[in-house]
Design a protein around this ligand. Structure first.
Ligand code: FES
Length: 162
């Protein structure tokens, strides 16, 4: 009985193939391809991951101190950013204070204090909010502005999530 013929270029079963120039070039090409893919993919990964990481970091902000905001005159407002989003601190005529998000609940425009009307006004579509409570009182905004807790101290006002 004849044994099946073995391929002359392959080593017998159980023996390790010697490193040839062809194998060395193949391994080099795969390593260079992997390095190239990493160099190309990492900046793309960082670009895509950054907004999620940034919003997670901003969501972790629970409190903010506004230096010298206690000197804000009555019937005036101070715009600031809380966790990267616009917010507004109001000092009312009766010496009460209110801190609200300043992002309109309609389409996200930044609202501002209207001293004439003593209300918060959104210039984009005419939305109006109550300056003390943030309640939506006219126009298209579907929800009130979110309230913050404002603690007036000597030399600062501490704003925190309500
Ligand atoms: S975005 Fe404010 S009223 Fe439309």
């Amino acid at each position: 009985m004849n044994k099946p013929e073995q391929n002359a270029s392959r080593p017998p079963v159980g023996e390790v193939e010697p490193l040839t120039r062809r194998t060395f070039v193949k391994v080099g090409m795969v390593a260079a391809g992997a390095a190239y893919a990493t160099a190309l993919g990492y900046p793309i990964y960082r670009y895509l991951a950054t907004p999620a990481e940034r919003s997670a970091a901003l969501a972790a902000v629970k409190e903010l101190a506004l230096a010298d905001a206690d000197k804000l005159p009555r019937e005036s407002a101070l715009m600031f950013k809380f966790a990267g989003r616009p917010a507004i601190l109001l000092h009312h005529a009766d010496d009460t204070w209110t801190a609200l998000t300043a992002v309109c609940t309609h389409l996200g425009c930044t609202v501002q204090f209207d001293k004439e009307r003593k209300a918060i006004y959104c210039a984009c579509h005419g939305g109006v909010y109550d300056a003390k409570t943030g309640a939506n009182i006219s126009g298209p905004p579907p929800k009130p502005l979110a309230l913050f807790k404002a603690q007036v101290l000597t030399g600062k006002v501490v704003i925190s999530r309500a």
